[in-house]
Ligand binder design. Structure first.
Ligand SMILES: *Cc1c(COP(=O)(O)O)cnc(C)c1O
Length: 384
C-alpha cells in the first residue's frame, strides 16, 4: 500500500477511540451486541434530527434496507442522481427495481429538480392509482437524491414533487453528514435517509452505515431486516428472509469517538475549502465549487473543475499523483456505467462534462496548512 505524503481523505481518529475500542476488547463485546451500537445510533439521530437511526455494516446496506423499508420492489422505478458513486443505483437493483438517472444541475452538481419535474409532468401518466413512466410502463415509486461531495440537494422542491406524485424520498446523505439545507441537517428530510462511515467519509468506522427515518414502522422494518428478521425471544424463529447487516460494537465505538467531533470535522473541511478558494483565486480555467444560497456544505471532498476536455483534468491528476498528492477524478456518470447499461437518463450532459473536468483534491480533516500549501503550489505549477 502506498502511503501518500498528502492523502485524499484520511480518517481522523481521536485519542478517545483507543479507550472506547479497548473497552470493547476487554469486555468481550466485539460483535453486534454491545452498548456502543445503540449509543452511536442515538448520537447520529441527534446530529441529523432523525427520530430513528439503525446502524448497518456499510452505507450500501443502509441504502438497500432503506429501499426495502420504503416498499420499493421488483418492477418499480426510482429516480437517482447520475453524478454519484455507484452504490445507490446498485441498491435500487438489489430490490429488483430500475434506476432512472437524473442529470446534475450545472451550478452545484446536485440532482436537477427541473428535470425531475418535467419528467413527472410530461413523461408519466396516472393509471390504476399510480404514476407510470410512459416509456417503460413501470411504476415510479421513489426519488433518490444523492447529496454529493458534502453539498445538499435542493430538497424543498423535491419534497413537494414527492408529495404531489406520491413518491417516497430516499436520501443518500452518505457524503454529506453535517451538511445543512436551509438550516436543517440532511439525511432525515425525506422519508428515509442513509449515512456511510467508510474509510474516507467525514466519520469513519472502517466500514459502516446507518438508516435514518422519522417513521417508526420503517425503522422497525430496517432493524428487523438487518438482523436476519429474527423474532424476539428465546427461540430462533425468523419471520422472513432477512440480512446480516448489523454494525459491530467495535466499529460503533470508533464511530462514537468521532460523532462527538462532527462539528469540528465540518469546520476543518470548511476551512480547507476557504484556503483552496483563496489559493486558486484568479487562476484562469480552474473553477472552485460553488455553495448554493440555501446550502451549508461540508466540502467533504473539495472538487474543482478544469476547463476543456478530460485531457486537461487528467494531466493535472497525474501530475499531482507524481508529486505525492493524492487526487482523483469524479465518478463516471451512472447512465454510462457498464453496470447499468440501458437505463433511462434525463439529460446527462452536465454530469458528463463534470466527469471530464472534475478533480477532487486532498480534503482530510487533518490536512495541515503546510500540506495544503504544497497541494496549491503543485496545482498552480501544473495548471498552465
Ligand atoms: C460512500 C457512499 C455510499 C456508501 O458506501 P459504503 O462503502 O457502502 O459505505 C453510498 N453512496 C454514495 C454516494 C457514497 O459516496
Amino acid at each position: 500500500m502506498k502511503k501518500w505524503p498528502v492523502p485524499l481523505c484520511a480518517p481522523e481518529i481521536p485519542p478517545a477511540a483507543w479507550r472506547l475500542v479497548k473497552e470493547c476488547l476487554d469486555g468481550g463485546w466485539i460483535s453486534s451486541v454491545g452498548h456502543f451500537v445503540g449509543r452511536f445510533e442515538k448520537l447520529l439521530a441527534k446530529k441529523t434530527a432523525a427520530r430513528h437511526a439503525v446502524a448497518t455494516v456499510n452505507g450500501t446496506a443502509a441504502l438497500h434496507l432503506a429501499l426495502l423499508a420504503a416498499g420499493v420492489g421488483p418492477g418499480d422505478e426510482v429516480l437517482v442522481s447520475t453524478l454519484s458513486f455507484i452504490a445507490p443505483a446498485n441498491a435500487v437493483r438489489y430490490v429488483g427495481a430500475h434506476p432512472v438517472f437524473v442529470d446534475a444541475e450545472p451550478n452545484h452538481w446536485q440532482m436537477d429538480v427541473a428535470r425531475v419535474a418535467d419528467f413527472l409532468a410530461d413523461r408519466c401518466r396516472w393509471k390504476g392509482g399510480a404514476w407510470i413512466n410512459r416509456r417503460t410502463g413501470r411504476r415510479v415509486r421513489a426519488l433518490l437524491p444523492v447529496h454529493v461531495l458534502g453539498h445538499p440537494c435542493d430538497m424543498a422542491p423535491l419534497l413537494a414533487l414527492a408529495r404531489q406524485y406520491d413518491l417516497a424520498v430516499v436520501e443518500d446523505a452518505t457524503e454529506s453528514l453535517g451538511a445543512l439545507y436551509r438550516g436543517k441537517p440532511v439525511g432525515a428530510m425525506g422519508d428515509v435517509g442513509c449515512l456511510s462511515f467508510n474509510g474516507n467519509k467525514i466519520i469513519s468506522t472502517g466500514g459502516g452505515g446507518m438508516v435514518l427515518t422519522n417513521r417508526t414502522r420503517w425503522a422497525r422494518e430496517a432493524r428487523s431486516l438487518s438482523t436476519q428478521a429474527k423474532l424476539p425471544g428465546l427461540e430462533y424463529i425468523h419471520s422472513r428472509v432477512g440480512y446480516n447487516y448489523r454494525l459491530t460494537n467495535i466499529q460503533a465505538a470508533l464511530g462514537c469517538s468521532q460523532a462527538v467531533k462532527l462539528n469540528d470535522h465540518v469546520a476543518a473541511k470548511r476551512r480547507i475549502a476557504e484556503r483552496y478558494r483563496h489559493g486558486f483565486a484568479g487562476l484562469h480555467g480552474l473553477r472552485p465549487p460553488a455553495e448554493a444560497p440555501w446550502a451549508f456544505s461540508t466540502f467533504w471532498l473539495y472538487t474543482i473543475t478544469i476547463d476543456g476536455s478530460a485531457r486537461n483534468s487528467r494531466r493535472l491528476i497525474r501530475g499531482l499523483l507524481d508529486r505525492g498528492v493524492e487526487a482523483r477524478p469524479l465518478w463516471q456518470p451512472l447512465h454510462l456505467s457498464p453496470a447499468h447499461r440501458g437505463c433511462q437518463v434525463l439529460g446527462g450532459q452536465i454530469a458528463e462534462r463534470l466527469w471530464a473536468q472534475g478533480v477532487s483534491l486532498p480534503s482530510s480533516v487533518g490536512l495541515s496548512p503546510e500540506q495544503q500549501a504544497r497541494v496549491i503550489r503543485c496545482v498552480k505549477s501544473l495548471h498552465t
